[in-house]
Design a protein around this ligand. Structure first.
Ligand SMILES: Cc1cc2nc3c(=O)[nH]c(=O)nc-3n(C[C@H](O)[C@H](O)[C@H](O)COP(=O)(O)OP(=O)(O)OC[C@H]3O[C@@H](n4cnc5c(N)ncnc54)[C@H](O)[C@@H]3O)c2cc1C
Length: 453
């Protein structure tokens, strides 16, 4: 590595891209190592930075949701990836979804054109740790580096399985059957919906349960519960999908004027609107079987697949044993871990982890001790969970309001709120209170410890 490099970031995924850019913006010389295209992962399809391997969504943009609060904190901290996401946004109701190629392209350009970033194409195996080093190599970390990390962290890695949903060509969807609508007609009609009658649903279910699945060698490794393959959901009961990704509620079928028995939703995947992904339809069926089964969905009888679903083993470290709440590896100077490898789950959470790691590393480079973010912030709560969760039950986590400390008693008049707006009104008021507390805590923290931007 060149002598003037001051920080080494390994992995130009969601976390590493955000971290490298933040550190470079702060004036440090950053070496950013990325192994693609020299070495591929089983899920990435391009050699771009910050590639979104499955869905194209950064989840809910609702200001009072956990992901809405996390986004507000990331914006305050000057997130590059949220700027790229806003610029490449596609219609998706109240979610922040993007054209995945335009998004990655924009992030790649920002990184490659940054005067303080040296892009290194290399599959790193054993970083030298003479300078601050952030490992952000994600759930599909190449094996030699994963083994080095296990050895240096002194313990086993943990694994789970994660699956990818298929994408189809817009022009191959039969719009005489499928219809545009958003649930309860809220906002624009951004989704394409394929309606199923009870008979069609049962026929689909028979085919799904009988279809051939890709082999998994180590069956003990669990799935990530929030992202189960459709066939695993179907194994749990024939109605499970109707309460999950095939939920029909709030979708008025213009042909009948009623909600269908079940529905499959498709979300725009590209700015041009030529590709749509099947929302929540991650699967490990063999490709031939996927085609047969998904062609049974009314409207998708002749669907052309741009990408089939697939399944991958994800690696993450035993964070409560290995990391402190500033993502530093305990007892190993100069080493930090961020992104999914650190035990968070999701594009947004991974990018947020990269942002936080860059902030902590900057502090160290300025000679200041790293101080964890307040737990009242969504980001601080996530990092606190990584460092302090029970190891026995530890598994990757998304941003959730439940990770944040309870709101003080008496802050919300629960009964009055329920009377006024029902359970939904109460939920929103709670989210709003969490948001206000989080953003105030972040401001106070930045005032004390120094802002990044
Ligand atoms: C199959 C699958 C589907 C997923 N679907 C979703 C989804 O739909 N929605 C969602 O929010 N999250 C999803 N995730 C989870 C996760 O949030 C994403 O994987 C996210 O990209 C993680 O960000 P990251 O920065 O930690 O890792 P990545 O974005 O994967 O980035 C890691 C980078 O490190 C590189 N790398 C690996 N090893 C080395 C090495 N030794 N040297 C140099 N470079 C290396 C890789 O090429 C990659 O570019 C999915 C994950 C998987 C595996």
């Amino acid at each position: 590595m060149s002598k003037n490099i001051e920080v080494h970031v390994i992995g130009a995924g969601l976390a590493g891209s955000e971290a490298a850019w933040q550190l470079a913006q702060a004036g440090f010389q950053v070496g950013l190592s990325e192994m693609r295209p020299l070495q591929k992962t089983p899920a990435h399809q391009t050699d771009q930075a910050a590639e979104m391997v499955c869905s194209n969504s950064f989840k809910s943009d609702d200001a009072t949701s956990a992901t809405g609060i996390l986004k507000a904190e990331m914006r305050r901290l000057g997130s590059l990836l949220l700027q790229c996401a806003e610029a490449t946004r596609v219609p998706a109701g109240n979610s922040l979804a993007v054209d995945r190629d335009a998004f990655s392209q924009m992030a790649t350009t920002a990184l490659k054109q940054h005067p303080n970033i040296s892009w290194i194409t290399a599959a790193e195996t054993a970083p030298d740790l003479t300078i601050p080093t952030l490992i952000a190599t994600g759930p599909l970390t190449a094996e030699p580096l994963a083994q080095w990390l296990s050895a240096i962290c002194g313990g086993d890695r943990l694994f789970f399985y994660d699956a990818i949903a298929p994408i189809v060509e817009r022009d191959s969807i039969n719009m005489d059957i499928a219809f545009r609508a958003s649930r309860y007609n809220k906002g624009e009609a951004d989704f394409i919906n394929c309606p199923l009658t009870e008979i069609e649903y049962e026929r689909f279910m028979d085919a799904l349960l009988a279809a051939e699945r890709a082999d998994l060698h180590d069956f003990d490794t669990p799935y990530f519960e929030a992202c189960l393959p459709i066939e695993i959901m179907a194994d749990r009961g024939r109605q499970t999908l109707r309460y999950g990704p095939m939920k029909p509620v709030g979708l008025d079928d213009p042909r009948t004027g009623r909600w269908p028995y079940a529905a499959v939703q498709l979300r725009q995947d590209t700015l041009a609107g030529d590709h749509y992904n099947l929302v929540g339809f991650q699967t490990r069926l063999k490709w031939g079987a996927q085609k047969e089964v998904l062609h049974l969905i009314p409207g998708l009888e002749a669907a052309e697949f741009v990408r089939f679903g697939s399944i991958h083993r994800n690696t993450y470290v035993q964070a409560p044993r290995v990391l402190d709440a500033t993502l530093a590896v305990k007892n190993v100077p100069n080493l930090w871990i961020a992104g999914q490898l650190s035990g968070v789950e999701g594009y947004l959470e991974s990018a947020a982890g990269g942002l936080a790691a860059a902030y902590f590393i900057q502090g160290i480079l300025h000679g200041k001790p790293a101080s964890p973010l307040p737990r009242e912030t969504m980001l601080g709560a996530l990092l606190h969970y990584l460092a302090h969760a029970s190891l026995k039950d530890f598994g990757p986590t998304n941003a959730m309001l439940g990770l944040m400390p309870d709101l003080p008693n008496g802050l919300l008049d629960h009964r009055a709120l329920k009377r006024a707006g029902g359970a939904r009104g109460l939920k929103q008021a709670k989210g709003q209170a969490h948001r206000e507390r989080a953003l105030a805590a972040l401001e106070a923290y930045l005032l004390e410890h120094g802002a990044t931007t």
